[in-house]
Design a protein around this ligand. Sequence first.
Ligand code: NDP
Ligand SMILES: O=C1O[C@H](COP(=O)(O)O)[C@@H](O)[C@H](O)[C@H]1O
Length: 501
Amino acid sequence: MTDTSAHVPQTISYPAESRPSSRWSQDHLDPHVVVLFGACGDLARRKLLPGMAHLVLSDLAPDIRIIGTSLEEHDSATFRTYTREAVEQFGLHPMTEEQWDLFDDRLEYVPQSAGPEALAAAVATAEQALGEGVRRLHYLSVPPKAALPVIEMLRDADLVARSRVVMEKPFGTDLASAIQLNARVHETFDESQVFRIDHFLGKEAAQNILAFRFANGLFEPIWNRNFIDHVQIDIPETLGLDQRANFYESTGAYKDMVVTHLFQVLAFVAMEPPTALEPRAISEEKNKVFRSLMPIEPRDVVRGQFTGYTDLPGVSPDSDTETFIAMECRLDNWRWAGVPFYLRTGKQMAEGKRIISIAFREAPRSMFPANSGVGSAGPDHLTFDLADESKVSLSFYGKRPGPGMRLQKLSMQFSTGETEAAGDVLEAYERLILDAMRGDHTLFTTAEGIESLWDRSRQLLEDPPPVKPYAPGTWGPNAIHQLVAPHAWRLPFEREWRAKK
Ligand SMILES: NC(=O)C1=CN([C@@H]2O[C@H](COP(=O)(O)OP(=O)(O)OC[C@H]3O[C@@H](n4cnc5c(N)ncnc54)[C@H](OP(=O)(O)O)[C@@H]3O)[C@@H](O)[C@H]2O)C=CC1
Ligand SMILES: O=C1O[C@H](COP(=O)(O)O)[C@@H](O)[C@H](O)[C@H]1O
C-alpha cells in the first residue's frame, strides 16, 4: 500500500503556513501568572482551583503562579488553606502531601480592597519568580456586573500587556448589553486577547462530536434533513439553587444555559465541515449556524419554575424567573430545513443528564408485520452523552433470537471510560485554561456569535410566555409533551446505557 501520510498537500485555505493551528499541539507553554478574580466564589472553589492544581501537578502547565483576588479579606496563608480544602473536596485527582507543598508555594492572595497597585506589585513579584518570557492570564470568575470594574482595575494596574483575559458567561443579557459589553472590553483588550469561555465546549464529549462527524466518512453523508428527522439536546439537572438563587433570579435557565451552552453544542451538531481545525474556521462555521437560527418564537417555548423556588433567599415572592425551559428551534439553511431541534434544561429535575439525540427518519415501507415490533421503540437514534466519560450509542432494530421474526431495539455503544485512555480525560476547565494560556481560541466563543444569539432571542426576551409550575424531581411542566408532538422526549431513557463490564 502507498503511504499517503507524508507530504499530504494542504487543501485548505487556512491556517496560513505563518499561522499554524496550535490546537492539539504539545508546544512549549510560556510561564504564566494567573490572576484569578472571584477566587472565593463557587466556580473557583469547585472547578478552577482544583483544575489549576491538576495542570501544575500533571506537568501540563508546570510554570504557573496563581494570585487569587476577591472581595473576601483573606491573606495568602488563609487563601492557601481555603484552596487546599477546595482541591481536597472537589479535585478529581488526590494529592500527596509532597504535591500539595509544591502547589501551595504558587499561591498568593490580594484582596480586591487593596487596590490596583497591590495587585500589580503581587504580579511583579510572581513574574520575577518565574523568570523570562512570562505571560499573564486574567480569569474573571465574577458575576456579570463585576466584569467591567475588574477590566478597569486591570487597566489601572497596568496589567494589560502580555496578557489574555478569560471571561465567564453570560456575556450580556440581551443584544444591546452584549454589544456594549464587547465595546467596553475592546477599549482595554484587543479581541485576540479575549477568551469567552463556554465550558461545555471544553468537555471531551463535545469535541468528540467534531471527531465523530469530521474524522469519518460514514456519518456525514446522512447528516442532513434527508436522513435526520429531529434532534434533541437535553440537559436536565437534579441540582437546586440554594447557594446561587440570588444570581439566578436575574438570569434564569435561558440565559444561564441555553444562550450559552445548549446553542454552542447545537452549533457543533449542525455546522458545515470547517476548513481547518483552527479558530477562525471553526468560529466561522459556528457563526453561520447562529445566523441561520430562526428567531425564537415565544409560542415555541415552555418556561417552568419548580415549586418552592420563590421561598429561596434572594428570590422575589412573585418571581417570573424560569428554572426550566424547553423549546423548538429551527435552522434556516439547506442542510437543516424542516428539521426541528428540541432543547430542554432545568434545575431540580428527575435526573441529571447531558444528552444529544439524533433521531433518524424511519424506513419508508416495511415488510415486517405490525405485530413484529418494528418501529415500536421509536426511531433509530445516535446518542451522545456529554458526561466526562464520553459515550456514543447507535440504536437500530434487530432480530430477537428465536423462532419467527420478532424485532427489538439493539444498540452499538462506545464509552471512553472503557478504553485505555480513560485516565487521560481532562476536565473541561483544565483544557480551556490550558488552551487560553496557549492563545488557542478554537473552543471559545466570539463577540459576533454571541451577538447573533442575542439577536435571535429578542422576541422571547421581550415577550416570554408565563412560567408554569413543576414539581421538583420531575421532567418539567406537562406542556413539554405538546411542544414535541408527534415526537416524544427521549429522556427518561427506556433502555439505559449498558453497564460497564
Ligand atoms: N458556579 C458555576 O457552576 C458556574 C459559574 N459560571 C460563571 O462564573 C462566574 C462566577 O460564578 P460563581 O463562582 O458561581 O459566582 P459566586 O457568586 O459564587 O462568586 C463570585 C466571586 O466574585 C467575587 N466578586 C463579586 N463581586 C466582585 C467585584 N465587584 N469585584 C471582584 N470580585 C467580585 C466574589 O467575591 P466574594 O466571595 O468575596 O463575594 C466571589 O469570589 C459567573 O459569571 C457565572 O455565570 C459559569 C459556569 C458555571
Ligand atoms: O454554566 C453552568 O453550567 C452548570 C452545568 O455544568 P456541568 O458541566 O456541571 O453540566 C449549571 O449547573 C450552571 O447553572 C450553569 O451556570
